[in-house]
Design a protein around this ligand. Sequence first.
Ligand SMILES: Nc1ncnc2c1ncn2[C@@H]1O[C@H](COP(=O)(O)OP(=O)(O)OP(=O)(O)O)[C@@H](O)[C@H]1O
Ligand SMILES: [Mg+2]
Length: 258
Amino acid sequence: MDIYAVINQKGGVGKTADTAGLGGALAEKGERVLLVDLDPQGHLTAEALKMPESPDEATLKMAMLGEWTGDVRDLVAEYRPNIGVIPTNLDSFLLDRGLYMSSGREHRLARLLEPLEDDYDVCLIDCPPSLGASTDAALMAARRREGHRGGLIIPVEAEDSSIRALRLLLRQVGSLQHVMGTEIDILGLVPTRFDLRDGRVVTSTLDAFRDLGTPPVIGEIPKRKDIREAWRSGVPVTEYAPESEAATWFRDLAKAVR
Ligand SMILES: Nc1ncnc2c1ncn2[C@@H]1O[C@H](COP(=O)(O)OP(=O)(O)OP(=O)(O)O)[C@@H](O)[C@H]1O
Ligand SMILES: [Mg+2]
């Protein structure tokens, strides 16, 4: 199983929509997909996929903090035959605080996912909009591992402030690599939710991203009604509107990632 973190500490940039859309596109390609809702807001679970929360007896937060030690497969809910989801629970707002008091906190998500290694081809982690302990755990889960692909997928807004947010994230990644003595690959940026009608502004920001060179731009997901409606229906856009241009964008992203 290759692990990718869909990450940006900036809020509302399209992390969750991209996770759901990309997950759908990868599953359509025949991959067995695992989606992890690491954001206490629970938007992936409750909104994008319209799934029930994890039962209070066994949650991702409890598993990561060692408060529940059952089989991690029991945390996975089936969304589609080839898409499993580790949903959120209301207790997840306590995860970061709990992690700060725990030893080996950075490794806890990676360890938790280990038993699922052969059950799925690809795992996407929908990260919270913060640079806290759970985000560090997601970065470590997506670190470079021999014989595996994986890494970071970074949705970005086509705005000037996005460059600063991106620098901050790259700093965090750099410092974690240094402290943990590991390598974390950045697959690239996915400008998301920009309005194609905003022509000049968007073009200049997209150019600024492209000019950065690293990380490269690996896909583009403009604002589109089909994506919003798919989200409302709790269905990936590749399934909601398979013939749409939006579905094509996610298929192209899936190709760029794998
Ligand atoms: N390409 C798009 N076209 C139309 N609507 C979109 C698109 N991408 C995201 N959205 C919508 O914009 C809103 C914010 O997107 P999303 O929740 O994916 O961002 P996020 O980065 O996960 O936010 P947060 O930081 O709060 O977790 C959602 O309502 C989502 O449905
Ligand atoms: Mg989100």
